[in-house]
Ligand binder design. Sequence first.
Ligand SMILES: C[S@@+](CC[C@H](N)C(=O)[O-])C[C@H]1O[C@@H](n2cnc3c(N)ncnc32)[C@H](O)[C@@H]1O
Length: 183
Amino acid sequence: MGYGYFEYFDEEGAQMYEWLVRLRLFEWAYRIALRELEAAAPRGSRVLEIGPGIGRVLELLERRGYRAVGVDVSPAMLRRAKRRTSADLLVGGSWRLPLRGAFDAALAVFVLHHWGDHSSSIDSVARALRPGGVFVVLEADLSRAPAAGHGCTPECLRGALEGKFDVEVKRRWPLLIARAVRR
Ligand SMILES: C[S@@+](CC[C@H](N)C(=O)[O-])C[C@H]1O[C@@H](n2cnc3c(N)ncnc32)[C@H](O)[C@@H]1O
């Protein structure tokens, strides 16, 4: 343990992301992720968001009555998240997530493709969830929308998750939505 994969968002990167979110560029995708989560975990559930960035999804989760915790490697992103949400925010990596078995659900929106070798992070998400807990992953579908640049193929997403989870991957252009239930 003690190592992991991520793409670093420094102060400049965080500022750029803030503008993209303020322009509501990703709002449609956030709503799709939340709909998937709501179908899997009732309001009031404890949710771990991995890589919440500047916290727009945490803000929406909180409004819906979820008890959320966000873990992100970038202090610059989390400083901005703090202005949006009162969810607990922790600086850390997907490969070493806190609070074993504490969460009913986990969420990763446009984050998993940053993880490089996925296995240590997927193991760590599985440990943070209670048995039967659900991990919702949203990514751009590179097999249908290669211009997105960052994302996954359905095979890559399924392959990353299926060691620890029962996985269903849905395609909704230009997105992939995985619903993975911890075994
Ligand atoms: C493209 S941004 C997406 C932010 C947010 N999920 C959204 O959709 O608005 C990716 C975020 O994941 C974080 N990140 C990347 N790799 C990570 C890892 N291995 N563990 C935790 N956070 C990570 C980055 O710091 C960044 O905030």
